[in-house]
Design a protein around this ligand. Structure first.
Ligand SMILES: Cc1cc2nc3c(=O)[nH]c(=O)nc-3n(C[C@H](O)[C@H](O)[C@H](O)COP(=O)(O)OP(=O)(O)OC[C@H]3O[C@@H](n4cnc5c(N)ncnc54)[C@H](O)[C@@H]3O)c2cc1C
Ligand SMILES: NCCCCC(=O)C(=O)O
Length: 492
């Protein structure tokens, strides 16, 4: 079969044509709300965004020194990061094919590579009895080597003869020899370890062959360590390298969108409290400080998280409320740890990438920018579900202590001694968000109902896409909603 050609055009630059004079009130100033305003604005609509938080971006949140956030439990953190240090508390990476990249280009937001996979980052599975972390390159060499040895032996002994022709067998054996770096038939296809495992000291001048890590652990020890569970991450269509990030922080995207929309069209600290479809217009009530206010527009695009929109009083019908309330929500959390030195680069030779663990912190991210700089920020945990909730129930100080105690097991004492300051974000405890992302029930009547306007109210957000938990989903859902709104307006 011929692979269908990739069709990017409808996914990249986007323009509504025609210049109608309608007004639109947009609920929520995250990526979906800003995109709706941006695209409608380009087409001549008069848009107003009502955003409950003190800044735009929603889950696209970058924390810098001086930023203050108070969570639903009343815990206030003031980030003490140094100048130039930032922490992407929400999104951190973008795949090349995502429309997010097109918006970065269109809005003039420079991007740089985000290192999503690094052969020199660590794997640490405490529950498998590992006392030391192992480098990705070593873990891969051993797992690929032993899997290749087993498959080569089975193939050569005829165990797969029902599935393979003689030619297939030869080709498979040749592939396994190179894939696993195993010996040939005369060596019993044995995996005995090669320089792919890495070195304790790398080769040098003259006759210095370095200190190769040498022979691998026994096959059953390698499988028992369970390091192979992380390898498929980089096969994902959404996580494979190259990945990208905006230079200077992910919030460069909402900042650029807000600038393009016009800040005078965005009302901050404006919490929507009611939506009423009056037939010929939509009336939205909102609270700004102690002030109750009202805004009437021809149409509305609602981009609040569905579980929160379900709680906003409206007259759009009980089926709409039920559908909005039917999105299970996932918790996620991250901590940013600022260090006074970049010891992971100088001492451990890790320049970006991710360490994988079975600890409650799950993932540790090293920065993909600022190499060889003075300071740097490590994401000390990025966890979801029960692990995220375990951390979100703690005070910021307790979260840091727990994360550092875990990280020391992998990185040693500098993980604690070089730490300057930290900021942690619990998405399930974030006001006006209350969760990291949802799991839509695709194909249900409720999900499909929200893809249609409820009277003059349209819905958008990553939760109305097949790329939930990605800004791409928010962008394309917003485009879909404004296209449908525009078609209606143009049809008169
Ligand atoms: C931890 C984490 C990691 C992620 N990683 C990535 C990643 O690496 N790459 C990527 O592309 N995406 C990632 N995402 C997903 C990305 O952040 C979202 O898909 C995207 O930001 C969603 O945008 P949105 O506009 O649909 O929703 P939101 O950002 O949730 O916007 C909704 C807005 O509504 C506002 N609001 C709520 N209630 C009210 C009210 N009553 N009145 C007015 N306003 C209200 C909120 O304050 C918010 O601004 C991640 C998300 C999280 C949480
Ligand atoms: N499928 C889970 C996605 C998690 C959120 C995200 O987009 C990320 O961390 O890359």
């Amino acid at each position: 079969a011929v692979t269908p050609a990739f069709r990017p055009p409808e996914r990249s630059d986007f323009t509504l044509t025609g210049r109608p004079g309608a007004s639109v009130v947009i609920l929520g100033g995250g990526i979906a709300g800003l995109t709706a305003a941006y695209e409608l604005g380009k087409a001549g609509y008069r848009c107003t965004i009502l955003e409950a938080r003190h800044r735009v971006g929603g889950r696209n949140l970058t924390i810098r020194g001086g930023d203050v956030e108070t969570d639903l439990d009343g815990r206030t953190q003031r980030a003490g990061f140094s100048d130039g240090v930032y922490f992407n508390a929400g999104p951190g990476r973008i795949a090349q094919w995502m429309v997010t990249m097109d918006y970065c280009r269109e809005l003039g937001v420079p991007v740089e590579v985000f290192t999503n996979q690094n052969a020199d980052a660590w794997i640490y599975n405490e529950s498998a009895g590992m006392t030391e972390p192992v480098r990705y390159r070593t873990a891969k060499a051993d797992v690929y080597g032993y899997v290749s040895e087993l498959l080569a032996k089975a193939t050569d002994q005829g165990a797969l003869d029902a599935q393979l022709t003689a030619e297939d067998r030869t080709r498979l054996l040749a592939f396994l020899q190179s894939f696993g770096a195993i010996g040939g038939r005369t060596n019993g296809w044995a995996y005995t370890g090669t320089s792919r495992r890495g070195f304790a000291a790398y080769p040098g001048a003259g006759n210095d062959v370095g200190s190769p890590l040498g022979a691998p652990p026994a096959l059953s020890d390698v499988f028992a360590s369970n390091v192979g569970r992380y390898f498929s991450f980089e096969f994902g269509y959404d996580q494979a390298m190259l990945m990208f990030q905006p230079v200077g922080g992910m919030d460069q995207i909402p900042r650029a969108l807000a600038k393009a929309v016009g800040t005078h069209r965005i009302r901050l600290d404006a919490e929507v409290t009611g939506v009423t479809d009056r037939g010929g217009a939509v009336e939205v009530t909102y609270r700004q400080g102690s002030r109750q206010a009202q805004l009437t527009a021809d149409y509305c695009v609602a981009t609040l998280p569905p579980h929160l929109m379900a709680r906003v009083p409206h007259n759009l019908g009980t089926a709409v409320t039920a559908a909005l309330a039917d999105f299970p929500v996932t918790a996620a959390g991250k901590i940013g740890l600022e260090y006074r030195s970049r010891w992971w680069e100088t001492d451990q030779r890790i320049y970006g990438g991710i360490t994988e663990t079975d600890l409650d912190l799950s993932h540790i991210w090293y920065p993909s920018h600022g190499f060889h700089g003075k300071r740097g920020l490590v994401v000390g945990y990025y966890n979801t579900g029960a692990n995220a909730r375990a951390y979100s129930g703690l005070t910021p100080e307790q979260r840091r202590e727990r994360a550092v105690a875990q990280g020391v097991k992998i990185h040693g004492d500098k993980y604690r001694s070089e730490l300057v300051t930290s900021y942690s974000h619990a998405w399930d405890r974030t006001r006006y968000i209350e969760g990291a992302w949802t799991s839509p029930r695709y194909g249900t009547a409720g999900y499909n109902l929200l893809l249609q306007p409820a009277g003059r109210v349209y819905f958008a957000g990553d939760w109305l896409s097949h790329e939930v938990a990605w800004q791409h989903g928010a962008f394309v859902a917003a485009r879909s909603a404004v296209s449908s709104l525009h078609q209606r307006v143009m049809a008169g």
